[in-house]
Write a protein that binds this ligand. Structure first.
Ligand SMILES: Cc1cc2nc3c(=O)[nH]c(=O)nc-3n(C[C@H](O)[C@H](O)[C@H](O)COP(=O)(O)OP(=O)(O)OC[C@H]3O[C@@H](n4cnc5c(N)ncnc54)[C@H](O)[C@@H]3O)c2cc1C
Length: 432
């Protein structure tokens, strides 16, 4: 059986549900098509939801309504070698008052909630429905077919929000058929149950406060890093690797995650916890240079499907960018309905609004960061340099203390080489 809608959104992740919500609130008849048995069922991520200006505009009480875990008041980074580590932590008073700077969340509950908000606004959610193909009419995308179901869903415009591998964007000819492994990362995560009081005590937290820590030097030389985030009564512990580097190493993500969990500094943090589940997912980390064509005739691409993910090495922003692009996609479809023009030029408002938003501005600002992060020294030699330099600073053994700058340069010469230090410093300065 065929059904007609005014718009179809493929994928009920943060990008898709934000698009459907925006269109449904404007009175459009929208189908939100999701392959999972409920939105979020198949979705995972590291764990920190950053500020969401677009959704905060739609729901001024967003932070009270959304299913959230702890708000992040402490952010840290730990440089590790086999037996030493050096950490820096920022605990900001400003992060401990609303509007909070970020929350830990679980995707199954968050994505489900956001999709339900779209349904409450009037969208039709169709679950257990994997979009198989795009329908074309007069050279324009005009609907979709669903795997294993007869008939089709028709609409003058489709929003492809089907995530990083977006077969829809590929089928529409908007992205290259083959991904460059140098632009992709893979993340693995273990969820570790731990009593709430133990988490509070161990990480120095009270009330609903949370801690987010990143790790460098914990991936056995594979380009990547680790994370540990506190939920109410569990920890999210994981690693993210550049796909090309992981492939060359021949190592398995699972073995690397187990080794990470056994490193003394990490083992202390998770002691007493019970491993509950593992998950893994790809991340589009190529930044601005990875963005495909954003609009075609009858189609808009949003979220990870459009590679709108900002991995700068300091933060990983994905959900906020996905949601913002979804809202803008929704606004562009509303405008296209007003002018009854669903061609590429009728939908171009999406591209323009996105370019004016922080999404593209930030991706442009950090355009060189993905290249800078391909420097292998960041993942082994620099953590060694940080740890050995700090160890020397704090070592008091009766020997005369040398000049600190000279000590640093001596350690830098040994660990990375002075030429590399200058070149890497310049590259970091240009990228960040
Ligand atoms: C390990 C890891 C850690 C991360 N950490 C963070 C973090 O801390 N903070 C942050 O902001 N971001 C983080 N991200 C990135 C973030 O998860 C993504 O950027 C974000 O989920 C993108 O949202 P989206 O809606 O575009 O895509 P997705 O969340 O991937 O949603 C796509 C949806 O489409 C559905 N779908 C796919 N194909 C079809 C089809 N053919 N038919 C129907 N439905 C389909 C899927 O089931 C899914 O529901 C992380 C990612 C990973 C993997």
């Amino acid at each position: 059986m065929s059904k007609n809608f005014q718009a179809i959104v493929i994928g009920a992740g943060p990008a898709g549900s934000s698009a459907a919500l925006t269109m449904a609130r404007a009175g459009l008849d929208v189908a939100l098509v999701e392959r999972g048995s409920f939105p979020g069922e198949k979705n995972m991520f590291g764990g920190v939801l950053h500020r969401m200006p677009s959704l905060e505009k739609i729901f001024p009480d967003f932070w009270e309504r959304a299913p959230l875990e702890r708000h992040i008041i402490k952010k840290g980074v730990t440089f590790m070698t086999g037996d030493s580590s050096f950490s820096t932590t920022i605990e900001a008073g400003n992060f401990d008052q609303p509007p909070y700077n970020g929350y830990t969340i679980f995707r199954p509950s968050f994505d489900r909630w956001l999709a339900e908000e779209a349904v409450a606004a009037g969208a039709t959610l169709i679950t257990r429905a994997t979009v198989e193909d795009l329908i074309r009419k007069d050279g324009k995308i005009a609907g979709v077919t669903i795997q294993g179901r007869s008939g089709q869903l028709n609409a003058p415009v489709v929003v492809a929000a089907d995530g990083v591998l977006s077969f829809t964007a590929q089928k529409a000819g908007l992205r290259r058929p083959v991904f460059d492994p140098a632009q992709m990362a893979v993340g693995v995560k273990a969820l570790i149950d731990m009593p709430r009081e133990m988490i509070d005590e161990r990480f120095g937290l009270v009330r609903d406060q949370g801690f987010a820590n990143e790790f460098v030097g914990c991936t056995e030389g594979v380009r990547g890093g680790g994370f540990l985030y506190t939920n109410y009564d569990s920890l999210s512990l994981g690693l993210v690797f550049h796909l090309a580097s992981l492939r060359t190493s021949g190592k398995s993500p699972c073995d690397l995650l187990n080794a990470f969990a056994e490193q003394p500094q990490v083992a202390k943090m998770i002691r007493g916890g019970v491993f509950r589940e593992y998950s893994a997912h790809l991340i589009p980390e190529g930044g601005y240079d990875m963005i495909p064509e954003l609009v075609g005739d009858g189609i808009i691409v949003a979220g990870d499907a459009a590679a709108l993910c900002n991995a700068t090495g300091m933060n990983l922003e994905g959900i906020n960018l996905a949601s913002h692009s979804g809202v803008i996609a929704g606004e562009a479809v509303i405008a296209a309905h007003q002018s009854a023009d669903f061609s590429r030029s009728g939908l171009v408002a999406y591209k323009k609004l996105l370019e004016e938003s922080y999404v593209i501005k930030d991706l442009k600002q950090f355009r060189k960061a993905p290249h800078m992060l391909h420097n292998n020294r960041i993942y082994q030699e620099y953590p060694e340099l940080m740890c050995s330099f700090m160890e020397n600073i704090y070592k008091i053994d009766g020997a005369p203390k040398g000049n600190v700058t000279r000590q640093f340069l001596k350690a830098a010469k040994e660990k990375v080489g002075l030429g590399n230090l200058v070149a890497d410093g310049f590259s970091a300065w240009r990228s960040l």
